[in-house]
Design a protein around this ligand. Structure first.
Ligand code: SF4
Length: 210
């Protein structure tokens, strides 16, 4: 279900765009890789520590033609696209992803998995949230499970989710930024004791890039 008027989206030919820009992916499996970010507005998950609260209300971001965004992505040197939000799966993504694919670009998705999948992706990063857990289908689609750790209780939540993903899904624990100093030593110890987990850091914050 869309948070914005579905007629305005014309089946996915238009999407509520917050911003699009070329940068370096800071976190998760593709950390360090140059990528063009397409950030869509709208999210109904409501994480307290969300660092993209400005994206939550899609009405603030009038729908933009997908072809315009794809043209901008193609005009730079990017080989990979990160579709993020907000929660991008609120919207039909078939048209966006097929246009990007036609351009020969790799397509990565960042999602909470709380809405049905649409579109085709080369890589899906699933970041589950307790207050609105992912739909069952999201676990089978995930190439990467990235769990945000704010307190030690979140390790249990991480394990619950890890039991549901596929065998080859990469597992990441990522410190919640506002408690980085307190939680980081605990994450280090947890990963050392449970080495199927790796640690993801928001390196873009250290690089001072978006
Ligand atoms: S799911 Fe993502 S965009 Fe939505 S509130 Fe949580 S952190 Fe923010």
């Amino acid at each position: 279900m869309s948070l914005t008027n579905s007629d305005m989206l014309d089946g996915g030919n238009r999407l509520p765009l917050v911003e699009d820009f070329y940068t370096i992916q800071g976190e998760g499996f593709h950390a360090g890789k140059p990528a063009y970010f397409i950030r869509l507005g709208g999210c109904d998950v409501g994480c307290r520590w969300c660092d993209a609260k400005y994206t939550w209300n899609p009405k603030v971001f009038p729908p933009v033609d997908v072809d315009e965004v794809v043209k901008r992505a193609k005009a730079c040197a990017a080989q990979a696209i990160v579709i993020t939000g907000g929660e991008p799966l609120l919207y039909p993504l078939e048209i966006l992803t097929s246009r990007l694919r036609d351009m020969g670009l790799e397509i990565f998705l960042e999602t909470s998995g709380t809405h049905p999948f649409s579109g085709e992706f080369d890589w899906v990063c699933l970041s589950p949230k307790r207050q609105q857990p992912p739909l069952a289908e999201a676990f089978g689609r995930a190439h990467e499970l990235k769990v945000i750790i704010q307190t030690e209780d979140d390790f249990l939540w991480a394990e619950e989710n890890a039991r549901r993903v596929g065998r080859y899904c990469r597992l990441y624990l990522q410190p919640e930024w506002s408690v980085f100093d307190e939680i980081m030593p605990k994450i280090v110890e947890y990963a050392k004791a449970n080495p199927r987990w790796s640690i993801s850091i928001q390196t873009h914050k250290f690089m001072r890039i978006p």
